[in-house]
Design a protein around this ligand. Structure first.
Ligand code: B12
Ligand code: SF4
Length: 507
């Protein structure tokens, strides 16, 4: 009988430039809450917290003393290597077969845990997008995981445990795959959970004080990170979040959760981590009204808010309502200042109202300033076909945005082809990248950028790596300003001086 479930968040992406992987594992908290509601006892070990040594110790002690019937491992593509490594180490430690690693010998002993053989389950974004691959490598070949779960896990994982408890050894559940069921049709794996079934995430199972404290250095106030919607209706080619069926948790429930978290952890605000917070304008207006009311009711300083959204999902009414509700900061995926690149990325920001992408970006930063809100722009470089002149246009837009808002940040990241995104599939089919797991570049020191789209007029990988590093150092760490012209010359050299202005002008 399975009555105890342990969920493991793998170590985050490496701590190079621009990284910091201590974030609330929102999906795991939702999953845990759902399992609890089905009478299962749940624990979570987040290996992103503290030194990995401490996390592994906690994990091994939990296995030794608590012996959960199921261990569930999560993972995104960039963290999936860590997922696999952790699962392998635990298998060895529990069985006592093979080379047991040092700490495991101390805590469990060399012979493993006698009579204990938990079921290993894996789920999360990587497995959702690379289901067949994970199934082949880590279920059929390696037999590391007994089951993998694609898509949102609340219903499926719970159903899997309930079916196992009912004596079914190989339950037929959509989105759940095992050795016995093998490679199979994976249609329907994205089916969404009914948001009405989502209750309060099981934050009490997490070391919330650590996350809340970490948020203070990032956003300036002690924030609770929350995700209140599922899906995103856009089709950006670099992103794996696209799902037109966007659903929001009712405002009432969200406010109730915020009140409870304020009472428990004395949070100073909430940082919404939804893909596009303002997709549903009506919901956002309703939330702002309720948040403003809450701020009138509470004693002490008003709660602050932050959220990510798109420049074309903001308008005057929303700026005013969000500022009245005490939103302190908005994050925008600007991605590039070049239309050529924006086209490749399918990041179209001019569908509502008039004005170009760059004008809209500038307007959003100015409006934030006008309403006393800070603004952050995310830029991406190293996309297929991007030329040095495109990068120059992005840098020039970044400078304008920085000047337009006195509390602005500019973040630069290299493009990382993510499974589940259209561009990834296209690049694999064109054989411009391999189909292997790409646990790469996100936050590693950019010189390691391991592939690129080297071609005339485009910076080579080492050049690109150096430029991203310089941009991050300048915009995030107060380093010297990158000499862009130096790179322009490099771009010129690599294409022998051929036309670098193939892309349309952004204005
Ligand atoms: C909020 C968010 C973040 C937050 C918090 C992340 C976190 N720790 O959960 C922050 C900003 C920190 C973040 C960071 C990153 N993120 Co992020 N993030 C999101 C976002 C917008 C929402 C995530 C969310 O809460 N969704 C709702 C929950 C319920 O879904 P979920 O987390 O996927 O979990 C469900 C299922 O996957 C499944 N599940 C999860 N774990 C398990 C385990 C088991 C055993 C089972 C059975 C099921 C299961 O059940 C859960 C409940 O339904 C998504 C996009 C999206 N709309 O999903 C991107 C997304 C998940 N992120 C992504 C990426 C790439 C990253 C980064 C690597 C990016 C970067 N630049 O560094 C980092 C990695 C951080 C790290 N750990 O090192 C990608 C992942 C794509 C992929 N192929 O893996 C996504 C899909 C966005 C995208 N760009 O396409 N992210
Ligand atoms: S990049 Fe943002 S807007 Fe585009 S599909 Fe992804 S989450 Fe949606």
């Amino acid at each position: 009988m399975i009555d105890r479930v342990l969920l493991v968040n793998p170590r985050g992406v490496s701590k190079g430039l621009g990284s910091n992987s201590l974030w609330v594992p929102v999906g795991i908290a939702d999953l845990a809450s759902h399992l609890q509601r089905h009478s299962l006892d749940v624990k979570v070990v987040d290996l992103c917290i503290g030194q990995s040594y401490f996390g592994i110790r906690q994990l091994l002690r939990t296995l030794r003393d608590w012996q959960p019937g199921v261990i569930g491992f999560s993972g995104m593509t960039p963290t999936f290597d860590n997922t696999v490594k952790t699962a392998r180490n635990l298998r060895t430690a529990i069985s006592g077969e093979g080379e047991t690693f040092g700490i495991a010998k101390d805590i469990i002993g060399e012979n493993g845990i006698e009579g204990y053989s938990p079921i290993f389950v894996n789920g999360g974004p990587h497995t959702t997008f690379k289901t067949q691959d994970v199934l082949q490598k880590h279920v059929l070949d390696e037999m590391l995981f007994d089951y993998i779960v694609a898509g949102e896990g609340e219903y499926r994982f719970t159903k899997l445990i309930e079916s196992l408890n009912a004596g079914e050894t190989n339950p037929e559940i959509q989105g759940v795959y095992s050795k016995e069921r093998g490679l199979m049709d994976d249609r329907g794996k994205y089916r969404r959970v009914n948001v009405d079934d989502l209750t309060f995430p099981a934050f009490d199972l997490l070391k919330m004080r650590s996350y809340i404290q970490a948020s203070k250095s990032r956003i300036g106030f002690k924030a609770l990170e929350m995700v209140v919607s599922r899906g995103c209706p856009y089709i950006c080619a670099f992103c794996s979040s696209t799902d037109a069926n966007v659903k929001y948790i009712p405002v009432e429930k969200v406010i109730e959760n915020i009140k409870a978290m304020k009472a428990k952890y004395n949070i100073e605000g909430v940082w919404f981590k939804d893909s596009t917070f303002t997709t549903n304008r009506e919901w956002t207006m309703e939330f702002c009204e309720a948040a403003e009311k809450l701020n009138r009711e509470i004693s002490g300083p008003a709660l602050k808010y932050a959220a990510s959204t798109r420049i074309d999902r903001m308008d005057d009414g929303l700026f005013t309502a969000m500022s009245d509700a005490n939103f302190a900061h908005l994050f925008f995926g600007i991605e590039s200042g070049s239309y050529g690149v924006l086209n490749t990325l399918r990041k179209y920001s001019t569908t509502s109202g008039s004005g170009s992408h760059n004008e809209k970006a500038l307007e959003a930063f100015e409006k934030c300033e006008e309403h006393g809100m800070g603004a952050t722009a995310y830029f991406m470089i190293g996309t297929p076909g991007e030329r040095i002149d495109d990068i120059r246009q992005s840098v020039s837009l970044a400078e304008e945005l920085k000047a337009a808002n006195s509390n602005s940040d500019i973040f630069w990241r290299v493009y990382n082809p993510l499974p589940g995104s259209e561009l990834y599939t296209q690049l694999v089919s064109e054989e411009r990248i391999g189909g292997e797991d790409l646990n790469l570049a996100y936050h590693k020191v950019p010189q390691e950028y391991p592939y690129g789209f080297d071609a005339p007029g485009i910076l080579s990988n080492p050049q690109l790596g150096r430029l991203v590093k310089e941009l991050i150092l300048f915009y995030e760490k107060g380093g010297p300003k990158p000499e862009l012209e130096k790179y322009v010359k490099m771009g010129l050299t690599s294409n022998g001086g051929a036309d670098r202005t193939a892309n349309a002008s952004p204005r």
